[in-house]
Design a protein around this ligand. Structure first.
Ligand code: NAD
Length: 352
């Protein structure tokens, strides 16, 4: 275990109605010309924020897209220059946060993020970008937002299916943090806290998506999971998801949801003790099988074939996922990963 811990100052606030305080957060940063970012689907939410900012708003840019395409970042940078923007507000999921981080990477502008999913990108210094269909990832403290406002009222509109897959996406960061080579007692504690908050809060959220206290609990979980994602190295699960998302264009949160039980069962062969907190929370003696049962009980997708992957792509996926493997507790072999992918493709229970 790594004895060192590094932290950076980020202002993180939780509470219903927090978006109403955006103007004071902007003034706190000493800024006065804010560009509000969103996806086309959440442009109304961005306009609402711009309305709250009044004369502090410099514009709204609603072209954020999955995996941060550089051509969109270029358009946004033109807009930043034309409007003399001195602060960014990203309202949305990981796609919008990614656009804000990409602009900040080029300009060092301060960022306020208002997350509306559980992906956790707002809590990491990691930026993934795509150019000509190739995804690259960098880590730079410059891209870490200055302020995060978790307003549970804004997650109420997240559809139930996306709530489940996005929560499993967050849980994946924490599960892999538990066996990360560079984990610390602090990252272990954060990972456990994140898992507990999501597992504890999700049933109430699914019963009543408007339950603000439960939504806030899940957002606290997402923050903890995102924070550990930024602090330690990820392993097989994230490698598989990056490969499938990047090379086969599979949807981000859904891919995390279907892969997670299988990747964790694979690594439980070498890291059962490290994964014990997952069993403590979900029951059973194998963390991967426990996650599979949990995902099924939440009606999460369980099969890669349901996400549009062809069975004929599995050989190439196994090849790509094992070419430059991330450090992993259980040795990664092409044959083992091919078998794992076959099981996930079919929606079978994980191989213990
Ligand atoms: P997303 O941001 O792509 O959102 C999916 C869709 O849901 C979008 O159309 C969005 O507008 C909509 N949406 C989001 N919140 C909503 C809400 N509350 N109500 C209604 N609609 C809503 O999805 P995501 O899973 O949050 O993010 C995925 C992206 O984030 C990927 O590109 C992934 O690589 C990136 N990511 C990066 C990191 C990092 O640390 N760099 C971490 C996690 C994810």
């Amino acid at each position: 275990m790594n004895p060192q811990t590094e932290t950076q100052q980020v202002r993180v606030l939780f509470g219903p109605g927090l978006r109403e305080s955006v103007a004071s957060e902007v003034r706190r940063l000493g800024a006065s010309r804010v560009l509000v970012l969103a996806t086309p689907q959440q442009c109304d939410a961005a306009s609402e924020i711009a309305g709250r900012l009044g004369s502090l708003a410099a514009g709204v840019f609603c072209k954020a897209a999955m995996h941060t395409p550089v051509e969109i970042t270029k358009l946004a940078l033109d807009h930043v220059r034309e409007t003399n923007t001195d602060c960014l507000i990203a309202i949305g999921g990981g796609s919008t946060t990614g656009l804000g981080k990409a602009i900040a990477w080029h300009t060092d502008l301060p960022q306020i993020v208002i997350p509306t999913t559980y992906a956790g990108s707002e809590a990491t210094p990691i930026l993934g970008q795509t150019e000509n269909g190739i995804k690259t990832t960098l880590s730079d403290p410059k891209v870490l937002p200055e302020v995060i406002l978790y307003d549970p009222e804004l997650v109420v509109s997240l559809p139930v299916a996306m709530t489940v897959t996005s929560a499993l996406n967050a849980m994946a960061h924490a599960a892999e943090a538990l066996y990360a080579k560079d984990r610390t007692p602090e990252t272990d504690a954060l990972a456990r806290k994140g898992l507990e908050a999501l597992v504890g809060g999700l049933p109430a959220v699914l019963k009543n998506p408007g339950h603000l206290a439960a939504r806030e609990a899940t957002q606290r979980g997402a923050w903890a999971c995102g924070t550990v994602l930024g602090r330690v190295g990820m392993a097989l699960h994230h490698k598989l998801c990056h490969t499938l998302g990047g090379s086969f264009d599979l949807p981000h949160a859904e891919t995390h949801a279907v892969i997670l039980p299988h990747a964790i069962a694979y690594n439980a062969r070498a890291a059962a003790a490290e994964l014990q907190p997952v069993c403590d929370l979900l029951g059973g003696s194998n963390a991967g099988t426990a996650l599979h049962r949990f995902a099924r009980s939440m009606n999460a997708p369980l099969a890669l074939r349901d996400l549009g992957l062809n069975e004929s792509d599995l050989d190439e996926a196994a090849e790509l996922a094992t070419t430059k493997p991330y450090p992993n507790p259980q040795p990664v072999t092409r044959g083992d990963i091919r078998a794992l992918l076959q099981a996930v493709w079919a929606g079978d229970p994980p191989i213990e």
